[in-house]
Design a protein around this ligand. Sequence first.
Ligand code: PGA
Length: 252
Amino acid sequence: MRRPLIIANWKSNPATLRDAGRLAAGIEKRIASIRGVETVIAPPFPFLAAVARTLKTSALGAQDAFWGGAGPFTGAVSWQQLKSFGVSHIIIGHSERRRLMGETDEMIARKVTAVLAAGMHAVLCVGEAERVGDEIPDAVGVQLSRALASVRQRQLKKLIVAYEPVWAISTTPGARPDSPENAFRAGTYIRKIIAGKFGAAASRSARVIYGGSVRAGNIRPFIEAGAMEGALVGGASLDAAEFACIVKNTVR
Ligand code: PGA
């Protein structure tokens, strides 16, 4: 069985370089002795260098990457630049980027394709804005299929699909975490779609993780339910002690 994976998505936090260094150091100190869990810290771009110097246990992540390499792309940060920085994991298609920055399925597909072709881990976020009842809406499958349109079977081992229902993200008004049972259902649904495209055996090399209001007190049932191999953590990753507890409570 693979080690579970916990990814800290700091979003556009904290406000200063100094606080970013402190937060990274605080997390690293607390998780140094925890075995059996992989961790990734994804700070904002300007703090990557400082955070990279602090990391001993966690891998370095980024929250987006442009699909082109070096070139005339004003304001863009390319996967190539991130790779040269030691970034191994790139979050792609987060619902905040889809909603606030107008990212389309097509743009997300180009990013996933470029990042996987570069041999980096793509953390592809999918998730519905609303859910009525327990059924996982088709919109999730559509997001996933479109994002994977140009992905090759052999690249699946670097693919991580983060199921993040938008209504469960802690900053959404009225947010509540999904239930472990429904997250299990979502995990199974996502695996089925990957298996439909690449075959059941190949689909197992991709990982599926859960995101949305994950805390130290609720992570365990998501992992124990069985379909989720980790979590993408937003708000709680800004508190070193809370984040370290999430990592600790994930150990199988
Ligand atoms: P949250 O955010 O843990 O604060 O709900 C998760 C995410 O948006 O990645």
